[in-house]
Design a protein. Structure first.
Length: 600
């Protein structure tokens, strides 16, 4: 320290940075004033100002604190003004260029690894599209621009959101890639169930900026959101090689990318395929579970849903307990694609309810129909009647027929290993329509003044209504009211005022949907007499993409619309997203094993 400063005022900021000396052009007070002005700056401006003071004190009339008088020594290879020499600049340029090339190679490599996995959900995606949204770049501004474009305009799954279909293939592919990648990453959050169950780990609550369907939601300010989610996507792609190996080895990977949320009350899609035709082996037949605490209520049992019930992890730990927490089973109607797994569940119930201590599982569904459906088209010859003594049995009668059909197996096991009779596990009940509707041949239900009470099981209240799936009748939709919110499951139906009444204000409307384009394509390949009948049934007794959001969910003021019973099951996801038009709530395209938390 110089003598003129010793014993004076406390050591100042300027003294820490510079010392007054014979070569100074101005004094310490002036330096203090200037450095105070620098201190008032922020960010890069402040950093640059301090760098200038430290790098060339001659310019500012000072020296480093405690150093001998004279200029600050410059780093080797720097010119007198502090700029880089040619060799140093060349080295830096080569380093940056090599790093950029490595980033491009690694990013595109991740794209190649992730593409086979993501193509499972959308074949139109390419490694280039994956890399465009997910790669670190050497051009961060490009990645951020794409991310903003993708997240903001990606899907009608956001409330009030619309996806501009004419934006272009690259933008839409980017959007789908980023969304699928984030969903997969969320399902891998390490707060896991037992891996022995074959269930992907799931978060206890949706991460920040992620909606209740597990799908990233847009923020008001896009910059921070896009930057934060690039890291999520990259983390997913880092593990893509392992996932791709599972995919190519035949291991089921569809569920791995399905959002699954924890909560006291949940709706779990066990199967989402509609119709008896097998279109997509990755989707089981239609079935939906509503879970409240440790109680499960299952609606319909399409093909493969029994297995999905086990994969969903709704049973307590230990073998033979699959049905331990199932309280009730509810059939919307008696078409085979909604109940074909009921016989297998019934016949094997004793082996999957070993730890069950609750009362018998209640099974609700349509009762016996007294009149056969009408023949279409009018004037067509009457087909042979199956089981003329009881041609239209209800759920109770059907279950008794199952007991007869499995008589050899049931008798064998009862006598050989004391296996309990399944009649002790289930309690079938026909929904009584006395005074409500005497089902006629046309099968078109009347308008009801209110819901049909079905069951009140503690905090869970189940009601039903009649829906129009003519000539199949009766056909029901069910509503589950819990302390956390409500869930309505439509079953098969066209647009029906009764259903809109039942679903008014519901948190989740799980509704069937059919693509009219598929209907046109299918009937064009059939002879006219068969084509007309099939077209009539498919369009007059189901709900099209154009109708389900606009005419049903919006009219019911449903907060969330979940599409299930997808016909055809192998349709492009983009087709189903068109259901957002006319609907102001959130649209969710259902996938097997998707779990959605119900929260008010």
């Amino acid at each position: 320290m110089h003598g003129d400063q010793a014993g004076d005022a406390p050591f100042t900021t300027s003294q820490y940075l510079v010392s007054d000396g014979p070569q100074s052009t101005f004094g310490t007070k002036e330096l203090d004033r200037r450095i105070a002005a620098v201190d008032a700056l922020s960010g890069k401006a402040r950093e640059k100002a301090f760098t200038e003071v430290l790098r060339d004190p001659r310019r500012h009339g000072g020296h480093r604190a405690g150093a001998a008088c004279g200029p600050v020594p410059l780093p080797a290879g720097r010119r007198a003004d502090g700029s880089m020499s040619s060799p140093e600049f060349t080295l830096l340029f080569v380093t940056v260029a090599v790093g950029a090339l490595l980033q491009v190679a690694i990013g595109f490599g991740f794209g190649l690894l992730a593409a086979p996995v993501i193509a499972t959900f959308d074949p139109s995606l390419t490694p280039v599209a994956v890399w465009t949204c997910a790669a670190p770049g050497p051009w961060p501004w490009c990645s951020r621009w794409w991310a903003r474009r993708c997240w903001w305009s990606s899907s009608s799954s956001e409330p009030g959101g619309t996806f501009p279909l004419k934006v272009g293939t690259a933008a839409s592919s980017c959007a789908r890639t980023a969304r699928l990648a984030s969903i997969s990453l969320i399902s891998r959050t390490p707060q896991a169930r037992s891996p022995a169950k074959g269930i992907s780990p799931m978060p206890e609550a949706p991460p920040e900026n992620v909606g209740s369907d597990g799908i990233p939601q847009p923020e008001n300010h896009l910059g921070g959101f896009a930057h934060a989610n690039r890291r999520r996507v990259l983390s997913l792609l880092a593990g893509a090689s392992a996932t791709a190996a599972l995919s190519t080895s035949g291991a089921p990977t569809a569920a791995a990318a399905t959002p699954r949320e924890e909560g006291r009350t949940r709706v779990v899609l066990l199967g989402t395929a509609g119709g008896p035709s097998m279109f997509d082996p990755g989707r089981a037949g239609v079935s939906t579970a509503v879970v409240h605490e440790d109680r499960g209520y299952v609606v319909d049992l399409g093909v493969g849903s029994y297995r999905r019930l086990g994969q969903a992890g709704l049973d307590p730990a230990g073998p033979g307990n699959l049905l331990a927490n199932v309280r009730g089973i509810f059939f919307t109607h008696l078409h085979s694609d909604h109940m074909v797994d009921w016989p297998s569940l019934y016949a094997t119930a004793a082996f999957n309810s070993i730890g069950r201590t609750q009362p018998p599982i209640r099974v609700f569904g349509p009762g016996r129909r007294s009149e056969l459906p009408r023949v279409f088209p009018p004037g067509s010859p009457e087909p042979p009647i199956v089981n003329p003594d009881d041609p239209m049995p209800g759920i109770s009668a059907m279950t008794s027929y199952l007991r007869q059909a499995f008589a050899a197996d049931l008798n064998d096991r009862a006598r050989d290993s004391a296996t309990p009779d399944p009649s002790g596990v289930f309690e079938p009940r026909d929904i009584d329509l006395t005074g409500v509707w005497d089902v006629d041949a046309a099968g078109k239900p009347p308008r009801l003044s209110g819901p049909i009470p079905v069951w009140e099981d503690g905090e869970v209240r189940i009601t039903a209504t009649l829906v129009d799936h003519h000539p199949t009748a009766p056909a029901f939709a069910y509503r589950f009211d819990t302390p956390d919110g409500s869930v309505v499951v439509s079953g098969d139906t066209t647009v029906t005022p009764n259903l809109i009444d039942l679903a008014h204000g519901t948190d989740y409307l799980v509704h069937e949907v059919i693509d009219k384009r598929y209907v046109d394509r299918t009937v064009s390949q059939l002879p006219p007499e068969q084509a007309n009948a099939l077209r009539e049934h498919l369009l007059a007794s189901h709900t099209t993409i154009e109708q389900v959001g606009r005419d049903v969910a919006e009219a019911a003021c449903a907060r969330n619309l979940v599409l299930t019973h997808l016909v055809p099951a192998d349709n492009e996801v983009g087709r189903w997203r068109l259901a957002q038009k006319g609907y102001s709530g959130r649209l969710i395209v259902g996938a097997d094993l998707m779990s959605l938390a119900v929260r008010r």
